[in-house]
Write a protein that binds this ligand. Structure first.
Ligand code: SF4
Length: 367
């Protein structure tokens, strides 16, 4: 499986409204008439050139990504026109990868042959859920079976498989989301995206919300569910490349986001929650009187500090209050990212993230 290097840059090409005649209740992409579109609407060459100018020189990987809509539902000639442009750049070695996203029922041998001809590397499937009822409630228009069939075909043909899931859809539960995540693990994807369901303007979900037929998850409920899912994916070394919709001018509460667990740094909330759980798990080893009024010293890699502290010092305040600590003192050390040193009074322990995550998964009944 081809992994792009960490030092990689993406050239996003948005193809909204292209190729999707469906009406998923959470999506506000307008229906298009038929499946054709004018390729001139998406000026692929200019977008690529503009981005290339901004990238540093040297050892970097560049990927062109077609986002939005359902790429392989577009008229095949238009798909070929769109793909032919990054393909030329890839052949010349100017870019390194091509990725696109689509629906599971828009994958077949013929489509994959086209994508192979244009050297596409990664195909992301908008799966959303592997619970039949949740798919039905969402008017996805495809079945769970379509997902397994498409995922297997994509892998068989040598593409990288990306999987996208949503949390908190109509009829969804924590157990159903965890089931979807566990099924994703079995499909052994190259990467995963997790999107908490938001109520977006001009969607059927918004109508349901207004009629009080749909209640979105709170931020806390969503963080709790996504924490378990992220722990699970980390345990199985599955790369989670996105959590939560990217905030844009319109993707903001009060703009197109009417309700739901929106947060501009959703991932950080989840990462911080994981550190909170790791630290609590560690503190649970001590007798209460050994902790009270003590200073909890944590040594860590600089990159972990903001996640350990939590947004607005949530974690450190929480630990001080709950365990009656004098305070929490965090210092940056030249340590690997997956190791933290914890000192409490006379006790010092090196905690490995991997081991801590294994313990949490068992403790939370996920494994
Ligand atoms: S298939 Fe994708 S693009 Fe089409 S309506 Fe559903 S979510 Fe929107």
């Amino acid at each position: 499986m081809k992994k792009l290097s960490k030092n990689y840059f993406i050239i996003p090409i948005f193809v909204p409204h292209l190729g999707c005649p469906h009406d998923c209740i959470f999506c506000n992409q307008k229906k298009i008439t038929g499946l054709s579109t004018n390729v001139a609407d998406v000026d692929v060459k200019n977008i690529i050139e503009e981005h290339l100018e901004t990238f540093p020189k040297g050892d970097i990987s560049i990927e062109v990504a077609f986002y939005g809509g359902s790429f392989t539902g577009i008229d095949k000639n238009v798909q070929k026109e769109l793909l032919s442009i990054p393909y030329k750049y890839k052949k010349k070695g100017i870019i390194n990868g091509i990725r696109l996203s689509t629906r599971p029922d828009y994958i077949d041998e013929e489509i994959l042959n086209i994508l192979k001809t244009y050297s596409v590397d990664t195909i992301e499937l908008g799966v959303q859920s592997l619970d039949e009822e949740v798919l039905k409630n969402s008017y996805r228009g495809h079945s769970v079976k379509d997902v397994y069939r498409a995922a297997e075909l994509i892998k068989e043909q040598g593409f990288n498989l990306g999987l996208q899931m949503m949390i908190g859809l109509v009829g969804d539960t924590k157990d159903k989301s965890l089931f979807t995540a566990k099924e994703f693990v079995k499909l052994n994807p190259y990467c995963v995206r997790i999107y908490p369901t938001l109520v977006i303007k001009d969607t059927y979900l918004n109508k349901m919300y207004k009629e009080e037929k749909y209640k979105p998850l709170s931020i806390d409920e969503t963080v709790d569910i996504v924490t378990d899912i992220l722990l699970l994916f980390e345990y199985y070394n599955i790369d989670v490349i996105r959590i939560g919709l990217q905030p844009t001018e319109n993707i903001q509460l009060g703009k197109d986001v009417i309700a739901g667990p929106f947060h501009p740094s959703f991932r950080q909330l989840v990462e911080s929650n994981i550190y909170k759980l790791i630290l609590e798990n560690h503190l649970s080893n001590y007798k209460k009187d050994l902790i009270t009024n003590q200073i909890l010293f944590i040594e860590t890699n600089e990159k972990n500090i903001s996640n350990i502290v939590g947004q607005k010092s949530f974690n450190t305040n929480y630990l001080v209050n709950k365990y009656k600590l004098e305070r929490v003192k965090i210092s940056k050390e030249d340590l690997p990212r997956d190791i933290i040193n914890i000192t409490l009074g006379d006790y010092r322990k090196t905690v490995s993230r991997k081991e801590a995550i294994n313990k949490l998964l068992y403790k939370r009944g996920i494994l």
